[in-house]
Every structure is written in structure tokens, then in C-alpha cells.
Design a binder for this molecule. Structure first.
Ligand code: ADP
Length: 439
């Protein structure tokens, strides 16, 4: 095509020169005739260019201007390109409309947010669930419209691995789960699902567990009390009864700790974490826990050492941290053979504050490590039952740490021992002693 077009142009020029030749020779002004001929050709070309420019500027979608020869070919090619483009655009538009129609029909709110955080597009459900108004809210920053501090923190932290569950900005009774995905050049697709039903069910489950645990505590206290009274009069009982009563007392005590742990877990799940923060002298707390561990170990004679390398305070809730730390230390006592070594270390570095409890006990096989913090997960249920464990200890530790922006790291080598480390961020450390009001 290009070659043909070029040949046509050359042919035309050649024809022009051929035409100018006899006229130039006749007038004896060959050079001037050629100049005039070429000037005419340039003038004609300029005129075609102006027509092209005018067409493209005024009505590019209309038919091309009438032309002949090489310019006709140029006009036609451009016109065809435009029609192809228009067809492609129409196809794309149809696809976009179909996608928009299908997302509009979704029950979940879908919101497209640009790389700066401004709203670009949203579906009908977003208007119902998030209260967005079209077109007024278009171009607004998302945090101007969803102002919940938890959402603002989630959006600004820009780590969207976990979804966020918070009440809807227009109705506190609706619980929404936000998930955000990045695409393109930092743009974000936000999906908000109504999880009110799931949330209510979850709440019912938590309330049920808490209520049952609470209700069971009173009858159990009565049973334990009577068992104690009966065992006080041991001399009047036959050895068979004494054995039975002792076992009953042991199991009742286990049930008591189980109920206490269940209640603690329920409280950790249902209450707000940030309200009662105070400064906790961790090294003092650890030395008390060490004393309790020595008492628990008793004749099993573990060597329990404590190294505190920082005297700075940790901001948090004392009761919860005490439960978490003592769970780790008591587990080490429970799962380390007699005379074993248990080392407690509390230190601080650039990453934050850390507490590790390591032992040289039986250790844990790698396949169990990820599941240890699940409720009632036990590596060896017979050993745990024997040690009086509830199976909730590490679940409590995990929850407490989460409420203190911390995390639990578990490393273990079977046959050599285990190390449980709690990591806290630097902003949790403070040099000032502070007690929550009302203490
Ligand atoms: P439990 O009440 O059964 O101790 P936990 O949640 O505290 O429940 O611990 C879960 C399981 O993790 C335990 O059953 C035990 O098998 C294992 N475990 C915990 N700490 C240690 C440890 N220091 N050494 C070996 N195993 C441990």
C-alpha cells in the first residue's frame, strides 16, 4: 500500500516535470516553468493538508472530504482507521457496561478508588451500605466519607492482608467486612460485605460460652467445697472412697480452670483492648511468676532463671499480660522433665521489646507449631491431661498479645526443647510509670 502510494506521488511529479518541459522549452524559460509547476504542486498539496486539518478538527466522525489521487487514499485510510477505532471503543464500552451492570447487581458494595484515595466509581449496593451519593461524592477522599478511626487506620496502613469488620457508616446495626485489593498503579478496589448475620451468630456463640461457663462455676464451687469437706474427714472413709473422692477433686479442679480460661477468652474477645492501658513493670512481674513456677515445679526441681535486660515499662493490661506470661512459664514447667532448665529473658532492641521462655524439654514436632494456638489443640492429649492442661493456654496468650499489638513466635526442636517468644512493638514501651484511673 505504502509503496503504491509512493509510486503514485512519484508518477505525478514525473508527469508534472514532463508537462513543464515542452512549455518551458517553448517559452525558453525551462527553469522558471519548472519552479512555477512545482509551486503549483506544493500549493495543491498545502490545500489538501488544510482540508485534512479542517476535517479532523471540525467533524472527524463525518465522511472524509472529496479528493482524488494520493490524498484520497490518505483520507480513506484515516477514515477507515477511525471507524475501526470507533467499533473497538463501542465493543469496549459494551464490555464495561456489562461489568458495571453485573457489579451493580451485586449485594456487596464495590468501590473503585484511585491511587490517591479518591472515589472513582461505585455500585448501587455501595449507596445502600455505605451511604455514597452519586455524583456528589465522586472524587472525594474515601476517608472523608467513611470516617471510622479503625477504617482510616486500616486504609492508611495499606496492609490489606486481613479484612476489617466494623459497623456501617450509616447504620450501626449493620456490620460490614471491608476487603481492599490493589490493582494497576496503586489503585484500589474496595468490597464491603454485609456480615451482620455472621457477626450476630459469632456474638451469640461467644455469649453462650461465657454464660455457660459462668453458670457452671457456682455448682462446681459447691461440689468442690463438699469434696473438700468430705476429704477433711478422711479417717472415717474407706481407702476406696478416698481414692474416688481425690480423683473427683482433681477433675473438678481441672473443670474449674477450664471454666476460668473459657471466661477469660470470652472476655478477651468481647471487650475493647485499648481502654485500660497502664505501665507495667515487666521485670517485677516476671520475678513473681518465676517464684510461682518454682512452687509449681516443687520436687521436680527445675532450674528456672530470669534475665531482665530492660527496666522500661510495657503499656498494657496487667491482668492479661500476667496470664499470658505465666501460661508460657507454667507450660515450660509442665512439659519439661524434672531438673530441666527453663530460661526467662526480657529484653529490648530496635524492633521492640521481647520476652522469651525457653526450655530443654521434649520439644514439639514442626507439623504442630502452626496449630498450637488453636483452642483445645494438643500435641499429645494424654500428656496434657496428665499435666492438668486445659488446651486454652496458648490461645489466651495469642489473644492477649494481639490486644497489645504483639505476636507470638514459637521455635522448637524435638528432643532439644522449645522457645516461646512474645514480641511487642517499640511504641508499647515507656519510661513513665502510669496507672489506669481508678486503680
Ligand atoms: P495445655 O493447657 O494443654 O497446656 P496450651 O494451649 O497451653 O494447652 O498448649 C497447647 C499444647 O502445646 C500443649 O498441649 C502442649 O502439647 C504444647 N506445649 C505448650 N508449651 C510447651 C512446651 N514448653 N514444651 C512442649 N510442648 C508444649
Amino acid at each position: 500500500m505504502t509503496n503504491n502510494w509512493f509510486r503514485t506521488v512519484l508518477n505525478r511529479l514525473f508527469l508534472l516535470v514532463l508537462l513543464c518541459l515542452p512549455v518551458g522549452l517553448l517559452l525558453d524559460q525551462l527553469a522558471w516553468t519548472l519552479v512555477v509547476g512545482l509551486a503549483l504542486y506544493i500549493g495543491w498539496t498545502l490545500r489538501q493538508m488544510l482540508r485534512l486539518h479542517h476535517w479532523l478538527r471540525t467533524q472527524p466522525d463525518g465522511p472524509p472530504p472529496e479528493a482524488r489521487g494520493s490524498w484520497a487514499e490518505i483520507f480513506n485510510n484515516i477514515h477507515q482507521m477511525q471507524r475501526r477505532e470507533a467499533r473497538r471503543n463501542a465493543k469496549l464500552q459494551a464490555i464495561i457496561e456489562r461489568i458495571q451492570a453485573s457489579t451493580a447487581a451485586l449485594n456487596d458494595a464495590v468501590v473503585m478508588i484511585d491511587y490517591e484515595g479518591h472515589l472513582e466509581w461505585w455500585n448501587h449496593a455501595a449507596e445502600k451500605l455505605l451511604g455514597l451519593r452519586a455524583p456528589a461524592d465522586g472524587g472525594q477522599h474515601v476517608t472523608n466519607l467513611i470516617r471510622d478511626p479503625l477504617f482510616v487506620e486500616y486504609f492508611e496502613k495499606a496492609s490489606f492482608k486481613e479484612p476489617l469488620d466494623i459497623p456501617s457508616p450509616i447504620d450501626m446495626k449493620i456490620c460490614l467486612q471491608y476487603t481492599i485489593t490493589r490493582y494497576g498503579r496503586g489503585d484500589r478496589l474496595m468490597i464491603a460485605r454485609d456480615v451482620t448475620r455472621l457477626h450476630n451468630l459469632e456474638q451469640m456463640r461467644k455469649d453462650f460460652v461465657a454464660n455457660v461457663s459462668h453458670e457452671l462455676r457456682t455448682p462446681l464451687t459447691v461440689v468442690v467445697g463438699y469434696l473438700e469437706t468430705m476429704l477433711d474427714a478422711e479417717e472415717s472413709l474407706s481407702p476406696r472412697w478416698i481414692r474416688a473422692l481425690r480423683q473427683m477433686q482433681q477433675q473438678a479442679t481441672r473443670m474449674h480452670s477450664l471454666l476460668n480460661d473459657l471466661l477469660l477468652l470470652a472476655r478477651l474477645e468481647t471487650t475493647d483492648s485499648t481502654s485500660d492501658d497502664e505501665s507495667i513493670a515487666v521485670s517485677q512481674m516476671l520475678s513473681r511468676i518465676r517464684q510461682d513456677a518454682i512452687t509449681l515445679s516443687a520436687e521436680r526441681s527445675h532450674r528456672i532463671t530470669l534475665t531482665s535486660e530492660t527496666e522500661r515499662y510495657l503499656r498494657g493490661i496487667e491482668g492479661e499480660l500476667h496470664s499470658a506470661f505465666s501460661n508460657l512459664v507454667f507450660n515450660a514447667v509442665k512439659y519439661t522433665p524434672d531438673q530441666g532448665d527453663i530460661r526467662i529473658r526480657w529484653w529490648e532492641d530496635q524492633q521492640g521489646a521481647h520476652l522469651s521462655v525457653s526450655d530443654n524439654g521434649a520439644g514439639i514436632a514442626p507439623e504442630h507449631l502452626n496449630r498450637l494456638t488453636e483452642r483445645f489443640y494438643r500435641v499429645d492429649s494424654s500428656r496434657s491431661t496428665h499435666t492438668g492442661g486445659t488446651g486454652l493456654g496458648l490461645a489466651i496468650v495469642k489473644h492477649v498479645l494481639m490486644r497489645h499489638q504483639g505476636r507470638l513466635e514459637i521455635t522448637s526442636t524435638p528432643g532439644k526443647g522449645s522457645c516461646f517468644t512474645c514480641h511487642f512493638p517499640t511504641q508499647r514501651l515507656t519510661s513513665e510509670a502510669y496507672q489506669a484511673p481508678g486503680e
